[in-house]
Write a protein of this length. Structure first.
Lengths: 236, 413
């Protein structure tokens, strides 16, 4: 099943008076269950590509479709709904809301989903139960009431993974998810994500860490906004 | 909607509590604004009430009843528009049946000259029923001497300014000259029994009050210029006016009536002036509070740009982001207004209890203690305005937050 489809996608940025091509005529298709890694040097276009797939930025040229829905003609509100319903995000800096507990951070995306409908106390309870299950899946059942500042880097990233998982998205986008972690925590987080991938969740990573590459089922190397190499591999 | 609201309200509240010092400063600015408006509004209300009751209980009464045509032509030919004894009796009978009425008293107006032999001063005089006027004119204070009694046939109360101008003493006899009802000139002797203060300097410089019968003798008439009605409660003025109009119509009496409000031009001028001042002050105070709130919210948006990016990435719409910031502003407005209301009420009562004396106002001859009413209309309107201003002042920062580009907002972490 095709989850992501990019056709001739380009993205330009203006720096001063010059126009920089961040992505140039990219064609990319990602199927369900892939564990895809985007690698490349800084400025190669990895994050730009993730932003476009995540409906957080707009392509200057080409077409992008997520779960069969073309993003181009969508309003900002519709794109928000695509992010909410189809995509989970894991960020390098975790990006948890500091005022909420771990449980509430995980519950928050669910509240965005149910809030627009006629949600009541029962859905609030259901959301809480789902968030608890997600935290259990990442091994943080004992930290539900901890605020982000009471958690280690590895724990915060696990909360972020639980938050990405909880809405049962079609795809999870992870931008350098292990960059702010020590190697032990990074390995542990990668093992967790690989385990989730085996359960059917599709991952797209942007990274340049070798231990992430080792887990990948497919590696795409970017250079100067172009796909240099697209290689299927047998994951470790 | 409980689920989303629960989180929005919770996040907004926690964000308000997050930067406590800044939130406290913002709350303080709202609070100061609300307190100022409650105190000023309460002070103005007490001033209005004081002035209104002073006018009613020193000069006007709540209602005045005249012969038909008096208000249009009476100032040219007053003698032709006097109420005759029969009418006075009829009106008295009708008015005495109304439970809202405290008393009804006749007055006969005249103008003339009073002389002590050396100098003459123009006066505006009233012939009064001293017993009833003692109740009606309770706001008039006796400065020197004693009050006027019915048995003081030649007795006279003079305004403080007039008393000083005549350089007279209590007990002195003066000569009063005035026109009679048929146009001749008549003179009577009056003996000063007291000097009075009505609270209005212009009135005190010309006022002379004598017994009604003495004034009638002076003018060769049995009539009166007006009947002044005092009510138990000022708020009942219009009700009583309506009832009396109906009764006069039923009885075939062709009379005119004026309420204190129709007679008190000066009161309305002052009210209009102070309403304008209050409105202007309100705008300034609210503008300052709005600036403080807008500044706080802009700083919050700048500080929390990465967070805004995060919640947008998680699927929050622009509307949801905007509502989040407006909810924070509502909390600031609510807390600030609530604290302001409590402090305002406390300060209003404290200042009233302390009885600080105000300097004598222009045109008045009496100083008075500051009273600040807790005007509930002002209180709830000010509190509501505080919340509204907080929300309105946050619309632009909230809009800016909702329009942040997600990828750029995330990068500013």
């Amino acid at each position: 099943m095709r989850l992501v489809n990019l056709a001739k996608v380009s993205r330009f940025f203006t720096l001063g008076q010059s126009r920089v091509c961040a992505l140039n005529q990219i064609d990319l298709a990602v199927d369900k269950g892939e564990f895809l890694v985007l690698k490349g040097a800084s400025g190669s276009g990895k994050s730009t590509l993730l932003n476009l797939i995540g409906a957080m930025d707009e392509a200057d040229e080409g077409e992008i479709a997520i779960a069969g829905k073309a993003l181009g003609p969508m309003s900002d509100r519709q794109k928000s709904h695509v992010r909410r319903d189809h995509i989970g995000f894991i960020f390098q800096s975790f990006n948890l809301l500091p005022v909420l507990t771990a449980l509430e951070n995980v519950q928050y995306p669910l509240s965005l989903r149910t809030g627009g409908k006629a949600a009541g106390a029962s859905s609030h309870k259901e959301n809480k139960a789902k968030a608890l299950v997600a935290l259990e899946r990442v091994g943080l059942a004992d930290f539900v009431n901890h605020k982000p500042n009471q958690l280690s880097g590895g724990q915060m990233q696990r909360v972020a993974i639980a938050r990405a998982l909880v809405t049962e998205p079609d795809i999870i986008l992870a931008d350098e998810p292990t960059a702010n972690l020590d190697s032990e925590n990074a390995q542990s987080i990668m093992a967790l994500m690989k385990q989730l991938n085996r359960q059917g969740i599709t991952f797209i990573f942007a990274t340049h860490h070798d231990y992430v590459l080792e887990q990948a089922s497919r590696v795409i190397e970017l250079r100067d906004g172009c796909i240099l190499q697209d290689k299927q591999r047998v994951a470790a | 909607m409980l689920s989303i609201n629960f989180f929005r309200y919770k996040i907004a509240l926690l964000n308000v509590l997050r930067n406590r010092r800044r939130s406290l400063i913002t709350l303080l600015s709202i609070q100061i604004g609300v307190v100022s408006l409650i105190l000023f509004g309460g002070f103005v209300a007490s001033m209005y009430e004081g002035m209104r009751e002073n006018m009613i209980r020193s000069q006007l009464g709540h209602l005045q009843i005249y012969q038909a045509g008096f208000n249009q032509y009476g100032h040219i030919e007053p003698e032709k528009y006097l109420l005759i004894q029969e009418q006075v009796q009829q009106v008295s009978d009708l008015v005495s049946g109304l439970a809202e009425v405290e008393l009804l008293t006749p007055r006969l107006d005249f103008s003339g000259l009073i002389t002590n032999g050396n100098q003459s001063v123009a006066v505006v005089g009233n012939g009064i029923d001293p017993d009833k006027e003692a109740l009606l004119s309770s706001a008039i204070t006796l400065i020197e001497g004693e009050d006027l009694f019915p048995e003081d046939q030649a007795g006279a109360l003079v305004g403080q300014g007039l008393y000083n101008a005549l350089n007279a003493n209590i007990g002195d006899y003066l000569t009063l000259l005035a026109s009679t009802a048929d146009g001749a000139v008549n003179a009577v002797d009056v003996q000063i029994v007291g000097a009075i203060n009505t609270g209005t300097r212009e009135v005190d410089n010309r006022l002379l009050r004598i017994n009604l019968s003495h004034a009638q003798d002076l003018q060769f008439t049995q009539g009166v210029s007006r009947l002044v009605v005092l009510l138990k409660d000022t708020a009942q003025t219009q009700i009583v006016m309506d009832k009396l109009s109906q009764l006069f119509e039923q009885e075939g009496l062709t009379l005119e009536m004026r309420s204190w409000s129709q007679l008190a031009d000066y009161y309305h001028e002052v009210v209009n002036l102070f309403d304008g001042v209050f409105g202007f002050l309100k705008i300034i105070v609210l503008f300052i509070a709005a600036l403080s709130i807008a500044n706080t919210m802009m700083m919050a948006v700048m500080e929390r740009t990465p967070e805004i990016g995060s919640i947008r990435a998680l699927g929050a719409t622009r509307h949801e982001v905007m509502m989040l910031f407006l909810t924070e502003a509502s909390y600031l407005g609510l807390f600030g207004s609530a604290l302001g209301v409590l402090l305002g009420i406390f300060m209003a009562n404290s200042i009233t209890l302390a009885e600080f004396i105000m300097p004598t106002p222009p045109g008045s001859s009496q100083s008075y203690p500051i009273r600040i009413f807790v005007e509930w209309t002002v209180v709830w309107q000010t509190a509501l305005t505080g919340v509204l201003v907080a929300v309105l002042a946050s619309i632009y920062p909230a809009f800016k937050a909702s329009r942040l580009l997600i990828n750029q907002a995330m990068r500013s972490a």
